[in-house]
Design a protein around this ligand. Sequence first.
Ligand code: DGY
Length: 329
Amino acid sequence: MKPYIFITRKLPENVISKLDNRYTISMWDKEDVPVPRQRLLDEAQKADALLTMLSDSIDEEVIKAGSNLKVIANLAVGFDNIDLAAATEHGIAVCNTPDVLTDTTADLTFGLLMATARRLVEAAEFVKEGKWQSWSPLLLAGHDIHHKTIGIVGMGKIGETVAKRATGFDMEILYHNRTRKPEVEEAIGAQYVSFDELVKRSDFIVCLTPLTHETRNLFTADVFASMKRSAIFINASRGPVVDEEALLAALKNNTIAGAGLDVFTIEPISADHPLLTLPNVVALPHIGSSSVETRETMMELCLENIDKVLTGNDPITVVNKDWKLQLSH
Ligand code: DGY
């Protein structure tokens, strides 16, 4: 019997077909609707491998259901949707897609910063809605980006690449990270500062830190209160890193000037969410790594990781490096 791979979303046939002859592959048949929970549990029971999305909750229940499961390949660099401890305990490799999405996600993050600062979405809508009656001196005037201070919270590879983008805009670059990165300081001229100092000094606060126990609700009302009134907050990591109620209040009360958000506490955010009524918010549907090229490369990497594990080899990009220690099946 061929090993069985279940993919929790409809992916392009050309990507899947490369593995077709050696595996039985089945996919949830919808592109834009997540697999129902019961189907996920049923499939986990049968599968040797799962290819999952960041929107699937791969918790202990799913992992326990997967008595044959050997590998979970998540189509994202983040893996906060997966119970890593449970997977490790059951000897299941958890793989993600780092590196291949770094530039694409950095592009989106910097683009979101620019769109928010220069009010690009508002301006484009203004034209399309026929509101442009005349040129005027302060029409949709935004905030400068060049020569300002950017503060990057979470200096992983994406953070570094955003910092590289910022050098082209002659920005002062501050960063905060769990560990200091002397090589980035040297190469890009970024300055390591405490979280408090970063928040106080930055014109653009860019959040790229992974969601962990330590970073959940990192951005509180007090943090927004200590930002400049002209500050713009950008979040391209995970929604729960931010106290969304506090952010909403800070934007409404002009405690800060604006926010560019690719991620939210609950995704998809509901269309009547109060954040979406604010003109100084640019909201995107979690598209950080979403270019055609990069998404295809991410899918291929997921499948390569699955293939490696199912043929008894080490996966290319594994998150729980100790997965084999517990191997019991
Ligand atoms: C990821 O891969 O974790 C990002 O959120 C994609 O946009």
